[in-house]
Design a protein around this ligand. Structure first.
Ligand SMILES: Nc1ncnc2c1ncn2[C@@H]1O[C@H](COP(=O)(O)OP(=O)(O)OP(=O)(O)O)[C@@H](O)[C@H]1O
Length: 271
């Protein structure tokens, strides 16, 4: 939980290249609803994620951002409405089945791998994703390939020089990058990130989001982030949730100049 920083006062273009309005929709929700008791946390959400987007999901504390990501990942089941991946309804798919189809959210498992090195952790995840199971002993060709692949993933997220560190002693920002590396080991087409920079010092969080923005262009990323500076540097498109409903979706310029967003979001941040 953190307090949203104010929206920029003038239109700010996203740093990432716009995916373009023509890109195909990869992930979509239609009239998605979920309540916790009497509390409606997801209200008729029609959300679209297009191929290659760097998409930020923003909104005040309790607006329903994590819930929406959990619905997309299959951690939560909607009470009504649909979730479509590549146009196919995936409501009934378990999280691991969605992962197999390329829909991956970041793990929060650094504690589990604290005594392992990033190289071993990611190689293990690669083995799992490649169907080689968890057999991690010996010098099998599958293991060697997994280690090579893991090193390449660590290079991509800028962690190669820490590949053989013990995870629990790594800087927190590096541990968050390792979570992203573990998600990349699952070969995602769509990556869902719930506040990947939370708790990371400012300079490092900017680098972390820059790393994400520079991931291969065919990877689609949805990210929850409270820091508006980071959001507007990262995003090619932005969705705004308010009280469970989708208030607006558009380019960074459109969102920054949307009066409803400014009133709703600035109102909360002032509060
Ligand atoms: N398992 C649950 N049971 C009951 N209420 C829940 C549950 N999970 C979330 N909520 C409530 O649903 C609402 C939306 O929560 P959610 O975590 O999705 O918001 P959020 O936008 O991600 O907030 P934040 O920015 O603070 O993380 C909140 O009022 C929260 O208290």
């Amino acid at each position: 939980m953190s307090t949203p920083s104010p929206l920029p006062q003038t239109g700010v273009a996203g740093a990432a290249p716009a995916a373009g309005a023509q890109a195909a929709v990869v992930l979509e929700t239609r009239k998605l609803c979920l309540s916790f008791g009497a509390l409606k946390v997801t209200r008729d959400v029609d959300f679209q994620l297009r191929a290659g987007e760097r998409h930020a999901l923003i909104g005040s504390n309790g607006a329903g951002k994590s819930t929406l990501v959990n619905l997309l990942a299959g951690v939560l089941q909607p009470h009504s409405g649909d979730i479509l991946l590549d146009g196919e309804r995936i409501n009934k798919l378990a999280p691991f089945q969605r992962v197999r189809r390329g829909l991956v959210r970041t793990f929060q498992i650094t504690a589990l791998f604290g005594e392992m090195t990033p190289l071993d952790s990611v190689a293990l995840a690669v083995c799992q994703a490649n169907g080689a199971g968890l057999s991690f002993v010996g010098a099998s060709p599958a293991h060697a390939r997994a280690v090579d692949e893991a090193a390449e993933i660590l290079r991509t997220v800028g962690l190669l020089e820490h590949a053989r560190d013990e995870t629990r002693f790594m800087a927190y920002g590096h541990q968050r990058l390792l979570e992203i590396a573990l998600a990349l080991a699952c070969k995602p087409r769509v990556l869902l990130l719930d506040e990947p920079a939370a708790g990371v010092p400012m300079g490092e969080s900017r680098r972390l989001l820059q790393t994400l923005a520079e991931l291969p262009g065919d990877l689609t990323i949805l990210l929850i982030e409270h820091d508006m500076k980071l959001v507007f540097q990262f995003a090619s498109r932005i969705s705004v949730l308010a009280e469970g409903a989708l208030l607006a979706q558009g380019t960074p310029n459109e969102i920054a100049n949307d009066e409803r967003v400014r009133q709703s979001y600035l109102g909360h941040s002032h509060a």
